[in-house]
Design a protein around this ligand. Structure first.
Ligand SMILES: NC(=O)c1ccc[n+]([C@@H]2O[C@H](COP(=O)([O-])OP(=O)(O)OC[C@H]3O[C@@H](n4cnc5c(N)ncnc54)[C@H](O)[C@@H]3O)[C@@H](O)[C@H]2O)c1
Length: 268
C-alpha cells in the first residue's frame, strides 16, 4: 500500500544529513558523493588522493552543494579514528557512512606475495571493520544511521583469475555486512551492501595485469562485455542511484541485504 502522507521527494531528501564516503575522490565514490550531495547531504570525502579530493570537492561545491574532504588511508586505524572524530567535531554527527574505497590489482596466485594479499585485505576489508567500529558508536548515540558497503559481484562469484585476494576481501565485506546488520539493528542502524559488476571508472580502466599485450587486453574486454546481458559497462551513477536509495528513507525496511547492480552479468 502506498503511504500517501510521505512524498517520494521527501523520502529521498537528505537535507541536514552528514555523510562520509570513503574513496569518494573518483570513480564510483565520486558518483555517490555527487548524488548524496544533490539530495541535500553534506558529504565528507575520505580519500588518500589529495589532488583528486580537491578537484572533487570543488566540482561538488560549484554545483552549489556541500562537500569537504579528509585525507586518510582507510586501512590505518589511527587515521580512521581521526576522520570519524573530526567529522563529529566539525559537523556534529554522522548519519550516513559509505564504505567504497577499494583496490583490485590483478595478480595470479603464483606471483602473489603475502604482502600483496595483506594489502588488499587491509584496504578492502579491514577498513570496513574500522570505519563501522568507530562510526557506529556515534550513530548509536544519535539513535540511528545508514551504513552502505560497496562490495562486488566477486563477493558472490569470481569474475576473473588474479583476484583471489580481492574476492576473499569482498566475500569478507558481505559476511561482515550481515553480521553487523544483526548486531546494530536494535540501535536503528541499518547496514546494507551494493555489489557492482563492471563499472567504467579510472581504477577499472587502468587495471591491467603486467605482461599483457594491447590485443590480449582488448580480447579480455570483449569477452567480459559478451557476458553482460545489458551489453554495456555500468557508470558510477548506476551505483550511486542505488546507494542513494539505501541511504534514504526509501529503504526503510532493509538491513543485511546486498543489491547486485551488474547489468545482469551474474546471470551468465
Ligand atoms: N569499477 C568496477 O568495475 C568495480 C566493480 C565491483 C566493485 N567495485 C568496487 O567499487 C569501489 C570503488 O571502485 P572504483 O572502480 O571506483 O575505484 P577507483 O580506483 O576508480 O577509485 C577508488 C578511490 O579510492 C581511493 N582509495 C584507494 N585506496 C585507498 C585507501 N587506502 N584509503 C583511502 N582511499 C583510497 C582512491 O584514491 C580513489 O579515489 C571499490 O571498493 C571496488 O572494489 C568496483
Amino acid at each position: 500500500m502506498v503511504n500517501k502522507k510521505v512524498t517520494v521527494s521527501k523520502l529521498l531528501n537528505l537535507d541536514d544529513k552528514v555523510a562520509i564516503i570513503t574513496g569518494g575522490a573518483m570513480g564510483i565514490g565520486l558518483g555517490i558523493a555527487k548524488r548524496l550531495a544533490e539530495a541535500g547531504a553534506h558529504v565528507i570525502i575520505g580519500d588518500l588522493n589529495n589532488e583528486a579530493c580537491d578537484q572533487a570537492v570543488s566540482e561538488i561545491n560549484k554545483m552549489g552543494l556541500k562537500a569537504s574532504s579528509y585525507i586518510l588511508d582507510v586501512s590505518n586505524e589511527e587515521q580512521v579514528k581521526s576522520m570519524v572524530e573530526h567529522t563529529k567535531n566539525e559537523y556534529g554527527k554522522i548519519d550516513i557512512l559509505v564504505n567504497n574505497a577499494g583496490i583490485y590489482p590483478q595478480i595470479p596466485l603464483a606471483n602473489m606475495s603475502f604482502d600483496d594479499f595483506k594489502k588488499v585485505l587491509g584496504v578492502n576489508l579491514n577498513s570496513v571493520f574500522l570505519t563501522i567500529k568507530y562510526t557506529s558508536e556515534i550513530m548509536k548515540t544519535q539513535g540511528g544511521g545508514k551504513i552502505i558497503n560497496i562490495s562486488s559481484i566477486d563477493a558472490l562469484h569470481p569474475s576473473m583469475v588474479g583476484l583471489a585476494h580481492y574476492d576473499a576481501s569482498k566475500h569478507g565485506v558481505w559476511g561482515f555486512t550481515k553480521n553487523v546488520a544483526l548486531e546494530l539493528s536494535k540501535y536503528g542502524i541499518t547496514v546494507n551492501a551494493v555489489a557492482p559488476g563492471g563499472i567504467n571508472t579510472p581504477g577499472a580502466m587502468s587495471n591491467t595485469p603486467s605482461g599483457i599485450s594491447k590485443e590480449q587486453l582488448e580480447d579480455a574486454s570483449k569477452a567480459f562485455m559478451a557476458r553482460i546481458p545489458m551489453q554495456r559497462f555500468g557508470e558510477p551513477d548506476d551505483i550511486a542511484k542505488v546507494v542513494l536509495f539505501l541511504a534514504s528513507d526509501m529503504s526503510s525496511y532493509m538491513t543485511g541485504s546486498q543489491i547486485v547492480v551488474d547489468g545482469g552479468a551474474l546471470l551468465n
